[in-house]
Design a protein around this ligand. Structure first.
Ligand code: ADP
Ligand code: MG
Length: 239
């Protein structure tokens, strides 16, 4: 469903990614590993179409749609979801407002009552106070709560390609386990594909990793399966 061929990316004069290629099938889970500054978040931002990055590729397609021709919101409508490494605070706008507008923009008609029920169910799944969805986005929340609210958005928006950029940073051990299970359940229900960026191997616990990629200085330095994650867990990033 996702094809990335020869992706290059620069921000201003800084070249960040070189010759990055991989593909991901429906229902697959890819782990994206690498040291700090290797380019993992840049891959996520390029796929999502975040502004400020100059991306070129031989092919960058999602379900045969050329992502390079789509804006960030069009990519979201095409089924792509990115959870931020550092969710930004948006004063005056709640997660509930954002999600309702997003569903409307997709032409999904839902009554306010049903929408509230949907939000409350997702919040309960995540052990979040449902009132959290009415507060200003990411403002004054703990690190873990911010990350749970990212997953709440995924559950409501129902994406087919989920990119999780360090979703576990800020989560306690129990919450990480729980989110790993919620992700696995979501994947089972929807056959969504996942790209999971993490330094904390517990998030992979309930997920079946079908491929792993290690980035180094913006290039793919190694590829493999779950055994690559295990090797990095034991020995770090050296080969
Ligand atoms: P990772 O997520 O693997 O830790 P990033 O993808 O965030 O790494 O960053 C890769 C490199 O690109 C880093 O050296 C970072 O400072 C640089 N970088 C990322 N975004 C920008 C930007 N907008 N302008 C300049 N340099 C950037
Ligand atoms: Mg990063």
């Amino acid at each position: 469903m996702l094809k990335v061929e020869d992706l290059h990316c620069a921000a201003g004069s800084k070249e960040i990614l070189h010759e990055v290629s991989f593909s991901l099938q429906k229902g697959e889970t890819m782990a994206l590993l690498g040291t700090n500054g290797a380019g993992k978040s840049t891959v996520a931002r390029c796929l999502a179409g975040i502004s400020g990055y100059d991306c070129t590729a031989k092919s960058l397609s999602l379900n045969r749609k050329n992502l390079l021709k789509l804006t960030c919101d069009e990519r979201a409508k095409a089924g792509l979801f990115l959870s931020w490494q550092d969710p930004v605070a948006i004063p005056g706008l709640s997660i509930s407002d954002i999600l309702r507008s997003a569903l409307e923009a997709r032409g999904q008609k839902i009554s306010l009552r049903d929408f509230r029920i949907l939000l409350a169910e997702a919040a309960e799944k995540l052990d979040l106070n449902p009132l959290a969805t009415q507060r200003d986005t990411s403002a004054g929340f703990s690190g873990g709560e911010k990350k749970k609210l990212e997953i709440l958005q995924m559950l409501i928006l129902n994406p087919s390609l989920v990119i999780l950029d360090e979703i576990d940073s800020g989560l306690d051990i129990d919450a990480t386990r729980k989110i790993s299970q919620i992700l696995a359940d979501y994947q089972k229900e929807t056959a969504a594909s996942f790209i999971v960026i993490s330094h904390n191997f517990r998030i992979f616990e309930s997920l079946e990793i079908t491929q792993a990629i290690m980035l180094e200085d913006g290039r793919i330095a190694d590829t493999g399966g779950a055994e690559l994650i295990e090797r990095v867990r034991r020995r770090g990033f050296r080969k």
